[in-house]
Design a protein around this ligand. Structure first.
Ligand code: GYE
Length: 374
């Protein structure tokens, strides 16, 4: 679906366009004057600094925080894309996990009359008012990574991110296929879920993926406890779960950082992580697959399976802005393709609905290959 940017908020857009024309003309006149002066002093300048700056697109990016390796990669991807060389001025604000900080940042972007607002929202609800303010100011808002839950989708221009429920379904289906292949009775699967930040899209989607599968397959889902997507909280939650439940044999961590913390807690308690869940080991299932440590842990069998979550949204958001600049807008919702990784070869292909997903089997060799390609 492609429609004209002017339809977004015609009156405001025209007003902003007019302001831009006046600003550019004033700068242009000033530059002509400067060039005249420079000429008389024998200087020649390719592109005056003021003019170069005025042609850049200003993007205000409200990042939600810095809780995980996924988030750091995501921030790098945005900062590396919206550079001056690429024609952008980026105003970056870290919300430090607080929605109030993100709302404050968006209000500041509106005051600064940025060309685009990009929001990576910490949670889904609570955005109506501030998004209405951005809309009234005629500033397009692109939502990235997590979603916003608003009654009117017209409050934002478009969204790009992952299908978190599908990620959850893949991870749970991997466990289901594994258990079947090994002849494990569903009632003997005693699983705990260390959830992500409560109320965030990845938490909602991944939690649903596991809860639905547990119900359908008859697994014993012992507990669902938030771990805030951090290593420290993952460890703390796992320590208390191990004290509370003696029969845990699967831990579903909603990101890799929580998994690192959970593994620390399991090993400190004297137990072993691994896939022999009827032989006393605790299987760790996780999400992201972003950093080397997670991949290394998977190779060693400490993490049995990772549903990939791709953080490299910078170029994707840039493509959306370029489409908007060309008078078009992209699809309202764009989902990125993702894989599922394991070093265990028991499960080769997963079927979810009508779609089949091949499990990428991690080996030292194919990791070396991937490194060379980077
Ligand atoms: O999986 C987790 C991060 O929103 C997809 O947030 C993102 C999640 C990611 O902290 O590691």
């Amino acid at each position: 679906m492609v429609y004209k940017i002017m339809e977004y908020n015609e009156e405001k857009c025209r007003e902003m366009y007019l302001k831009k024309v006046i600003k550019v003309s004033a700068i242009f006149m000033f530059c002509v004057y400067l060039m005249g002066c420079a000429g008389s002093f024998g200087y020649r300048s390719e592109m005056p600094v003021e003019e170069a700056a005025s042609e850049r697109i200003t993007v205000g990016f409200s990042q939600l925080g810095a809780e995980s390796d996924w988030r750091s990669e995501n921030t790098e991807s945005m900062k590396g894309t919206f550079t001056e060389e690429n024609g952008y001025t980026l105003i970056f604000e870290d919300g430090q996990q607080k929605q109030a900080n993100q709302i404050r940042a968006i209000r500041m972007f509106i005051q600064q009359e940025v060309d685009y607002i990009v929001l990576a929202p910490v949670m889904e609800t609570g955005w109506e008012t501030v998004l209405q303010e951005a809309k009234d100011a005629g500033i397009p808002v692109i939502i990235v990574d997590r979603k916003v839950d608003v009654s009117d989708d017209g409050l934002f221009t478009c969204w790009i991110g992952s299908d978190f429920e599908l990620e959850g379904k893949k991870a749970a289906e991997w466990l289901n296929q594994y258990a079947k292949a090994k002849g494990i009775d569903p009632a003997d699967i005693h699983v705990v879920n260390i959830q992500g930040t409560k109320g965030s899209s990845p938490q909602i989607g991944r939690t649903k993926g596991l809860a639905d599968a547990a119900r359908v397959n008859g697994w014993d889902l012992l507990a669902e406890v938030p771990g805030d997507f951090t290593r420290a909280k993952g460890k703390e939650v796992m320590e208390s779960l191990l004290k509370q439940y003696k029969n845990i044999n699967v831990v579903y961590c909603e990101n890799d950082n929580e998994a690192f913390g959970a593994i620390e807690a399991i090993e400190a308690s004297g137990k072993k992580v691994g896939s022999d869940i009827t032989g006393g080991e605790i299987m760790v299932i996780s999400f992201d697959g972003v950093n080397r440590e997670a991949i290394q842990y998977t190779l060693e069998g400490k993490i049995t399976c990772i549903a990939e979550c791709n953080p490299l949204h910078g170029p994707r958001v840039r493509a959306m802005i370029e489409a908007l600049e060309a008078g078009e807008i992209p699809e309202k919702f764009s989902y990125v393709d993702e894989e599922i990784f394991s070093a265990d070869e028991t499960v080769g292909v997963l079927k979810i609905g009508e779609t089949s997903y091949r499990v990428k089997i991690l080996t030292k060799e194919n990791i070396e290959e991937d490194k060379k390609e980077e």
